[in-house]
Design a protein around this ligand. Structure first.
Ligand SMILES: Cc1cc2nc3c(=O)[nH]c(=O)nc-3n(C[C@H](O)[C@H](O)[C@H](O)COP(=O)(O)OP(=O)(O)OC[C@H]3O[C@@H](n4cnc5c(N)ncnc54)[C@H](O)[C@@H]3O)c2cc1C
Length: 184
């Protein structure tokens, strides 16, 4: 598994729980900051609960809905009641959110290697990815062999690009800003 963001760590958690030997390579070291609005929808909260993440611990803030502000216009939308999903969202600073999920995957049995940057996929004669080369700091790259490689390296897409997967230029892009307010 390449990338211990929410996608990689969640996949690593579920695979490890299913008894799969998982190696999780992450180029940064936790905890670390990442650009994000920190918001989690009820569907995301549902996944955290399924994974047994303790969302009652300090640091989680519940949200009732979302407020959209565009110029003079403001729209407030409460999270809809969706049956099996909770009726609340959460916020958690990304500074430790990814760390919590990565440690959770590790506790389930995944082997987490932080500070390891995947350089690229190596394929066999049929074109299937069998190796990932990765390096830690200035050391020579090492090849990691796995029957299945999951590229969860986010927007950088270090693994996806050499495999011919490119960004869809028609996909819309949004920009967000965040600010923290400390209680008086
Ligand atoms: C401005 C902004 C605001 C956002 N706000 C929200 C929000 O409020 N709520 C929400 O749900 N989503 C939000 N998102 C989207 C959210 O950040 C992404 O959907 C989410 O991070 C995707 O998770 P991921 O695990 O796929 O990728 P990422 O979170 O990008 O994780 C990828 C991981 O792979 C690692 N990695 C990358 N390349 C390599 C490599 N070569 N070798 C090893 N490791 C590597 C990275 O260090 C990273 O840890 C926002 C995004 C942006 C840009």
């Amino acid at each position: 598994m390449v990338g211990a963001g929410p996608a990689g760590s969640s996949a690593a958690y579920h695979l490890a729980r299913a008894g799969v030997d998982v190696l999780l390579l992450e180029k940064s070291r936790f905890p670390r900051e990442k650009v994000c609005g920190d918001g989690l929808t009820p569907r995301a909260v549902h996944q955290l609960i399924r994974m047994g993440v303790d969302i009652r611990a300090p640091g989680w803030t519940r949200s009732r809905g979302m407020r959209w502000v565009a110029g003079e216009h403001r729209v407030h939308i409460d999270w809809p009641a969706l049956g099996r999903f909770p009726d609340f969202g959460l916020t958690r600073t990304r500074h430790d959110f990814d760390d919590i999920l990565a440690r959770h995957a590790e506790a389930a049995g995944a082997r987490l290697h932080t500070g390891w940057k995947a350089e690229g996929p190596l394929t066999d004669r049929s074109g299937r990815t069998v190796d990932v080369t990765a390096s830690a700091g200035s050391a020579e790259p090492v090849a990691f062999r796995a029957p299945v490689v999951i590229a969860a390296d986010g927007a950088s897409a270090r693994l996806a690009l050499p495999m011919g997967l490119e960004r869809d230029p028609k996909r819309q892009i949004a920009t967000a800003a965040r600010r923290y307010y400390l209680p008086g």
